[in-house]
Every structure is written in C-alpha cells, then in structure tokens.
Design a protein around this ligand. Structure first.
Ligand SMILES: Nc1ncnc2c1ncn2[C@@H]1O[C@H](COP(=O)(O)OP(=O)(O)OP(=O)(O)O)[C@@H](O)[C@H]1O
Length: 325
C-alpha cells in the first residue's frame, strides 16, 4: 500500500525543474502602495476589486491567527486562496506580522514564491488574495504519505533553494521555512509561502529576532544566540538550516531531530538543535542525500552550506535516482 501511495505520489508530485532565475523585479519597491483599504499588489491583475467579489467555497487550512479559504471570483470564476488574519483584541503582534507579510508580498515576484494578487485591510482583519495551490502544503503531503522518495525530495529542495536564492538576493530572510509553508500546485510546482515572520535585512544585529517563527525548524544561532554567535548571523543561514530539517523529515517520516513520541518542548528542542552532536540519518539515505543534509545542518552558521553552494549540490542536480525503495 505504501509503495502504491509512493508511486502515485511520484506521478502526482511533478517537480518543477526550474529554468534560469527570472531577473529580480523591483517595480514595487519604488511605488509604496497608498494606505487605502485595498493595496493592489499585482497591478497587471485587475479582476479583484472588492472582497465581496469573492465567494467562499471551503476552508483550506488554519494557522496562527488566521484562516485560509478557497474562494471563487464571482465575475471571472477564477479560484484563489484567501488568507484572513483577524486582529482580536487589537493584538499589536499580529498586526505587525500581518503588515510585514503584506510588505514582503509586495516586493516578491518569482515562480518559486506563492503569488499574492491583492491585500485588503480593515480595522478587524487583513486579507491576502493569493494563488490557489491545489495540492496544499508539504505538511499535508507528508501527513498522507509519511515519507517521500529521494527524487521527489530532491525536486522539492531545488524549488525551495531557488525561492531562497531569490529572497536572499532581495535581502529577505524568510525565517519560517517548514512543511506547512511550502505549497504545491496542480502542476506539482513547490512554492514558498507565509512571510509573517520574514524580514528585510538592513544590517546584521539590528534586525535580529531570535524567537520568531517555528521553534522546531529554528537554527542553533536563533535558538541560542549567545552560544552560537547568533547576534552576528545575517539570518540567511537560518533558512538553510530549516530547509535541512525539512529535507530530512521528508525521508525520516517525522520531525527528525528528536525521537518519535518525544515531546517537542523547549528543553528537548534546545538540546536536540543546539547540543546533539550526531545526526540520525535513515539507513536507506543515499550518499548525496547525507551530504546535502549534513551541509545544511552544520551547527556553526558561518560554516553551513550557502544557498549558492547547495543549488549546485549533486543531490538537487540528479536526473533520476533509482536507489530509493
Ligand atoms: N495559497 C494557498 N493555497 C492553498 N492552500 C493554502 C494556501 N495558503 C495556505 N494554505 C493552507 O492553509 C494552511 C494554513 O496556512 P497559514 O499560512 O495560515 O498557516 P501555517 O503556515 O499552516 O501555520 P502558521 O500560522 O503557524 O505559520 C496551510 O498549511 C495550507 O494547508
């Protein structure tokens, strides 16, 4: 059964074999949006003028502070994903994250990043109209399939690396790379989503925020900045660490830095992330897989593989790997 599922997934999860990166688009940087209730993010897209144009069809998922709906544009019948962040009790924290997410979404335009077409804001909530990623998140895929074959993981990793390369060139640290933030469309393209804790790097120390994002995927320098020279880290290496954890999780079938059944509380995670020396690799992992993950999961961020190095790594440049079972 597992084998059937795996085969089905291999067919279904077509991987994007990325063409060369498109040039960076800085159009939006010089034109900050007006502080009106609607900020059109993609000026070429004129279809969505008002939230009332969108009919809710289903709930796609829920995250911290928000719900994502599948919606249909009543006039064009196009399908979108609508993320609604509600500001209960005027929580400054959520407002700040939402504003940051909107700000980053305005800047990015890449086939490796989920597109955002419009943002509507009001007193009570902030709504993002995004491209609908039909197959949901990598988290959903792992929930159903448990583990993925190496060649599928390799394609996922390559898409994320291209997305990170684009973001990092724009000085954007994602800060929360994890399976639920990697979305897959009907063509099998994997794209990075959710910029709620992302930041634009303006210097090394000034923008440092240690405990934003999801603890389990955080790098040692974010978890323990004093122990791992985190105050000097630029943040980009943290995204690479998170990618390494995700890649390993896809082959292990569960969060890989602690044992199955172990509670991922703060103390357990800090021990695993900051102090545990040995990396548990699945026995069936290929040498390329081991090498790739080991380069991502170097505890000292200054010695960790960079996105530019990893994008040339044999693990993500294989034509077909027959070694997985
Ligand atoms: N554009 C989209 N297309 C399809 N499904 C989506 C889209 N965006 C989000 N989802 C689904 O909604 C879920 C919730 O997304 P959301 O960004 O609100 O939170 P999260 O990343 O899962 O969690 P957290 O808030 O803790 O980061 C996702 O896990 C995914 O399954």
């Amino acid at each position: 059964m597992t084998l059937v599922r795996k085969r089905r997934l291999q067919q279904a999860l077509k991987l994007c074999l990325p063409p060369s990166l498109p040039p960076l688009d800085f159009r939006h940087e010089t034109h900050p949006p007006p502080s009106a209730s609607l900020s059109a993010i993609s000026p070429e897209y004129h279809g969505i003028e008002d939230l009332s144009d969108l009919e809710k069809l289903a709930v796609l998922g829920r995250g911290n502070g928000g719900t994502v709906y599948k919606v249909r544009h009543t006039r064009t019948t196009s399908i979108f994903a609508l993320k609604v962040l509600r500001f209960y009790h005027n929580t400054t924290n959520i407002r700040q994250h939402a504003a940051r997410e909107a700000e980053i979404f305005k800047r990015v335009d890449s086939p490796y990043i989920v597109r955002c077409y419009a943002v509507f804001d009001s007193e009570d909530d902030l709504c993002f109209v995004m491209e609908h990623m039909e197959r949901g998140s990598l988290h959903d895929v792992l929930f159903v399939n448990k583990i993925l074959p190496e060649d599928v993981i390799s394609g996922v990793a390559l898409c994320v690396l291209h997305g990170l390369k684009y973001l990092h060139r724009m000085q954007i640290v994602h800060g929360d790379i994890k399976p639920s933030n990697l979305l897959i469309n009907s063509k099998g393209d994997v794209k990075i989503a959710d910029f709620g804790v992302s930041r634009v790097v303006v210097g090394k120390r000034d923008a440092y925020e240690a405990f934003m994002g999801t603890c389990a995927y955080m790098s040692p320098e974010r978890f323990d900045p004093e122990g791992w020279d985190g105050y000097n880290a630029d943040g980009f290496a943290g995204d690479v660490w998170s990618l390494g954890v995700v890649v390993l999780e896809c082959l292990v079938g569960h969060y890989p830095l602690i044992g199955v059944g172990e509670k991922p509380d703060w103390a357990t995670l800090v021990c695993a992330i900051c102090f545990q020396e040995r990396l548990e690799m699945p026995e069936n992992a290929s040498p390329d897989f081991r090498s790739f993950v080991s380069k991502c999961l170097v505890k000292d961020w200054s010695k960790r593989g960079t996105v530019d190095e990893l994008i040339d790594h044999p693990f993500v440049n294989r034509t077909y790997l027959g070694s997985h079972q």
